[in-house]
Write a new protein. Structure first.
Length: 101
């Protein structure tokens, strides 16, 4: 499992704004829980998009004759092992115009 530690810097204004919704943003446990919930929500939405996009792609791929895994870990492993899989960065980099030499 990958563990990522990030630092969040807030201005006094941002701290005051967060105080409107968070019980105590000065207490890192409240802010940490909120940040973790935001990350969990992003992962969940990304999973839904990945599953939908790739299930359709696999079903329309005549050369793909295996079964589509029903669990998340096996599904992701199958997709990221494919030659046609690109990360968001790879997609964006391939779409970016090349710089003149």
């Amino acid at each position: 499992m990958a563990t990522h530690t990030k630092t969040v810097t807030l201005t006094d204004l941002q701290q005051n704004i967060l105080s409107n919704d968070l019980y105590n943003p000065d207490d890192n446990s409240g802010l940490d829980a909120w940040i973790q919930s935001a990350v969990d929500g992003k992962i969940n939405n990304s999973w839904k998009r990945m599953q939908s996009q790739w299930t359709t792609k696999l079903m329309n791929d005549a050369s793909f004759t295996d079964s589509i895994p029903s669990n998340q870990a096996d599904f992701v492993a199958l997709i990221i092992a494919r030659a046609d899989y690109l990360t968001r960065k790879e997609i964006d980099d391939s779409a970016a115009p090349s710089s003149p030499e």
